[in-house]
Write a protein that binds this ligand. Sequence first.
Ligand SMILES: [Zn+2]
Length: 183
Amino acid sequence: MTDLETDNLITVTRPEEIPAPYRGTPIGDLIEYHNLHRPFDPYDNAKLLVGMCMDSRKHLHMPENFAYIIRSGGGNLRHSEFKVSMAISAGVRAIALLVHTNCRMSNLMSRREAFITGLMENGGWTRDQAERQFDAYAPLFEIGNELDFVKSEADRLRRRYPKVIVAPMLYKLEDNKLYFVRE
Ligand SMILES: [Zn+2]
């Protein structure tokens, strides 16, 4: 993450810093719970869908029963549409779309050899099997630049579900805080 990219983030250290469109929505609630440690409200039904990376280095501070979570490589929901629809159909009206710093799905192509040798060593695959899988699937899962990806993915989901609020956000591994991505 470069300094230029850091300029594209909105920091929230007080509730007033939440951008107006998200204030008083489940997205605003999420950042108040996670960044500001607001006391937890009780929930009977999930109000939010969180799309986030499968990466093990992240944990969200939020109440039980507050959110559905779909985890995938890079937080990419392009291949999870039925699950997104299911959450919305069950009453969710807001999606927090999270990318994170140092994501292994970004610039995936540079990790080809490590992927292949790791899969051979840990999974017992032949080089040929591992190469074929990487070459077939890496282009589908590559997210490129994290911030560009999350903005375009938010746009796509807004067009797809016009009544749902979608926020592109970043989870910074360096401080474990959430940020809004400036659009
Ligand atoms: Zn990741």
